[in-house]
Design a protein around this ligand. Structure first.
Ligand code: PBE
Length: 308
């Protein structure tokens, strides 16, 4: 179901030098039109006002994107405009409807790859890191004080296809509570592995922190419902990224299933890592980077042009 994101890799190396040559020779044609020169190359930067469509300011992918605008000569003069994950998705949808260029601060798993034909821009400098895991972090003392919840959180583990199916439903208008409940019902075997070896409780409180990113909304709701079915009194608390980490580190929240490592939340892990308990990956194969519609005629961050 997931699109092959690397299918353009080979092509990029062949195309890039040609495009650069073409760009040098066609400067005037490009400035006149603002769109296509004789070579057929498009000045996407100008069309996008040298703006990258970001999400919440606290997100790791935004920090990495800002880093990219500093590291890549091709992004000199570009700006990452922050907003929200929802606003980014809306902007992406509108651009695609109009076949306009857009660069978003993207991540996977995400429903956008199922709904649209998209690609990651290659990142030869490695600013966005490689494949990541999403880890579960809990507060110190949870294992002793709330062993049943600790065990369920520790055993929570699923695949990109699982979370994507929920995210897609939600993006199509289903309430996340309903999408999570339906997934749980259809995946009782998987859920049974998470609760294996635990006993039900009678209203023990458990608070999970999360950020309102599509991925985390889906995962946190699923885990919350599984805990609820085991008898817990569950509270889900949406926070800013840094606050989520500090809440678990300080024990205000019991845990979270939203730690993107090793790259995306490296700063937060460095700051709070010693004060949280890392229960390891709940999902493998996550990734962040610049994402563009496949109709855009570029493959790498280096194919963009600095602001003139
Ligand atoms: N995200 C989704 C988050 C982690 C989960 C990639 C938007 C971030 O960038 O911090």
């Amino acid at each position: 179901m997931k699109k092959a994101q690397w299918k353009h890799l080979g092509l990029a190396f062949a195309v890039t030098p040609m495009m650069l040559l073409a760009a040098c020779g066609d400067e005037e044609a490009n400035t006149d039109e603002g769109t296509a020169g004789d070579s057929g190359e498009v000045n996407y930067g100008e069309e996008m006002s040298y703006k990258i469509t970001g999400i919440e300011p606290g997100a790791g992918v935004v920090a990495a994107s800002e880093q990219a605008t500093e590291d890549y000569d091709s992004l000199e003069g570009w700006e990452v405009v922050t907003s929200s994950s929802g606003a980014m998705a809306t902007a992406l949808g509108e651009a695609i409807d109009n076949e306009e260029p857009i660069i978003v601060t993207g991540w996977s798993p995400h429903w956008k790859f199922q709904k649209y034909d998209l690609k990651y821009l290659e990142d030869p400098n490695g600013v966005f890191g490689d494949a990541e895991t999403i880890n579960t972090m809990v507060r110190q003392g949870l294992e002793e004080e709330n062993p049943e919840a600790y065990t369920i959180l520790d055993q929570f583990n699923w695949e990109p296809a699982d979370i994507e199916s929920i995210m897609l439903e939600v993006s199509n208008g289903t309430a996340v509570e309903d999408a999570a409940a339906a997934w749980i019902e259809e995946n009782s075997d998987k859920v049974a592995e998470w609760t294996e070896g635990t006993e039900t409780v009678d209203g023990t409180e458990i608070e999970l922190a999360y950020v309102e990113w599509d991925t985390e909304v889906a995962s946190t709701n699923v885990v919350g419902q599984v805990l609820e079915a085991q008898g817990f009194d569950v509270k889900l608390t949406p926070l800013d990224n840094a606050v989520m980490w500090s809440a678990v580190a300080g024990g205000e929240a019991d845990g979270m299933v939203a730690a993107w490592l090793p790259g995306t939340h490296a700063t937060q892990f460095e700051e709070y890592g010693e004060d949280v308990v890392d229960l390891g990956a709940n999902l493998e194969g996550a990734k962040i980077g610049f994402v563009v519609p496949s109709y855009m005629d570029i493959d790498s961050i280096e194919d963009l042009s600095p602001k003139e």
